[in-house]
Design a protein around this ligand. Structure first.
Ligand code: PMP
Length: 454
């Protein structure tokens, strides 16, 4: 039986810590914030104590676990989420980019409801919905051919296997700090223990032009190079144009397949980050919001590579997956891209994101806070040296205490943020809420000036 975290009535001394204050050490401020957290979220605590009986740690997605226990969300509407404890937050987690459309976009709701009613589920067949979404994504992201998967992880898995099959080579170059899915994670200079194909990765330094060139051109037997144009798990560390162009050029030079992971970055422009950076990947992997909020993934690109999946050929590779073409994702994704996230909306949203990031950056001067990102994807860091430009996770000397305190206190202000400091914006988040966040971040920096000042 796990120990109970339920607190008894607060003592007089404890009551004193029931308001946010800039007094005391970082550890004391965190302890006080934690006590307030426990007090504000009793229903979540109860649910957590039940959840740990059937799931390890009460969780099935490591990234969203938080200590001392997670807040349980009950519902979401538009840009907000409401917890089981009755607290409503402006959602700045945005399902790590997948909730671009928010929680109740009317056109997507209609598409889902009418699909359930009029189409029915699990048709065990090819459908018009599938072709229509495929054609739209091919034209939007300049892909010759596309295939759907269940997730971004699977999209990368298949893209890599396609590259290996096509080239007859074995190794894959990836980059430090990269994340390509649950079994493709390179938070440091080697794959995590749960990554697949442990021995076939060559890990090069992200944003290091010379190292990318050396590793891609000098390692031999390279089937693919897999890279993100902006590293989501950075959080939001932007790839430089020189670096990305070098990756593409070196991959071409050695006949490796250049795979651009746009699972997160495709939302940064109508045609994804490749359009912004003038890249022409051989294969692109996609996911998240492109299924309209339903589980989704896709990979596509050059016709000659994708043709290996042509089931009309006896030499083809099989690519199966029960839910690859699930009608809900196909319908919701199609409506989301054709009617909601049109090219004009994509440009506008990313401009709004750039402005929001700049306002936060303006607050960060002289503090340990650093704000990175591009368009609607923003990263807030608290760093011991306050370094303002980050080219790699290696340059990040995290101030873990400040990071944690920020998360606790932003939540108290009504902002649902990810502990990592990753902020992907949701369409339709009111400008007043973004402005309120900027103000509250400023207040946080002032309130804890002794801890946040450089
Ligand atoms: N690639 C990138 C860049 C991602 O950010 C993610 C998910 N965070 C994935 C792949 C994996 O996608 P999924 O979670 O849908 O498997």
């Amino acid at each position: 039986m796990a120990p109970s975290l339920i607190t008894t009535q607060p003592t007089v001394q404890e009551l004193k810590i029931n308001v946010k204050s800039g007094h005391g050490t970082a550890a004391e401020a965190i302890e006080a914030a934690k006590a307030r957290y426990v007090e504000r979220n009793p229903a979540s605590l109860k649910l957590h104590e039940e959840a740990i009986k059937s799931m390890p740690g009460g969780n099935t997605r490591t990234l969203i676990h938080t200590s001392p226990f997670p807040v349980f969300m009950k519902s979401g509407k538009d840009y907000q989420v409401t917890s089981e404890d009755g607290n409503t937050y402006t959602d700045l987690v945005g399902e790590l980019t997948a909730a671009l459309f928010g929680h109740s976009q009317p056109l997507i709701q209609d598409a889902l409801i009418s699909t359930i009613k009029d189409v029915g589920m699990n048709l065990s067949a090819t459908t018009k919905l599938e072709y229509q979404h495929a054609a739209l994504l091919c034209s939007r992201f300049k892909l010759d051919l596309i295939r759907f998967t269940n997730s971004g992880t699977e999209a990368n898995l298949h893209a890599i296997q396609a590259a290996k099959h096509y080239t007859g080579k074995r190794k894959v170059v990836v980059f430090t700090g990269g994340y390509h899915g649950g079994c493709f994670s390179f938070p440091e200079d080697k794959p995590t223990i749960n990554s697949v194909d442990q021995h076939e990765w060559v890990v090069a330094e992200y944003n290091d032009v010379a190292d990318a060139k050396a590793k891609i051109e000098g390692s031999g037997d390279i089937a693919a190079v897999l890279v993100e144009g902006l590293q989501g798990s950075g959080p939001a560390i932007v790839g430089s144009r020189d670096f990305l162009q070098q990756v593409q050029e070196s991959a071409r030079k050695v006949g490796a397949i250049f795979v651009l992971d746009e699972v997160m970055t495709s939302r940064l422009a109508p045609g994804g980050i490749q359009e912004l950076e003038g890249l022409k990947p051989d294969l692109t992997t996609l996911g998240k919001y492109l299924g309209g909020g339903i589980t989704f993934g896709a990979f596509g690109g050059r016709e000659d590579i994708m043709a290996i999946y042509d089931p009309r050929s006896t030499k083809g590779l099989a690519h199966s997956g029960t839910f690859n073409n699930n009608v809900l994702g196909m319908a919701a994704g199609y409506v989301g891209i054709s009617q909601v996230y049109t090219p004009e909306v994509a440009i506008k949203a990313n401009t709004q994101g750039d402005e929001f990031r700049k306002k936060l950056q303006a607050l960060s001067h002289g503090t340990k806070m650093t704000v990175t990102g591009r368009g609607t994807i923003i990263g807030i860091h608290f760093l011991k040296d306050g370094k303002k430009e980050l080219a790699s996770y290696r340059e990040r000397q995290d101030d873990h205490d400040l990071k944690e305190l920020f998360w606790f206190e932003m939540m108290e202000d009504g902002f649902w943020t990810h502990k990592r400091g990753y902020i992907p914006l949701i369409l339709g988040t009111p400008q007043e809420e973004l402005d309120r966040f900027v103000k509250n971040v400023g207040d946080f920096l002032k309130r804890h000036e002794r801890l946040t000042k450089l």
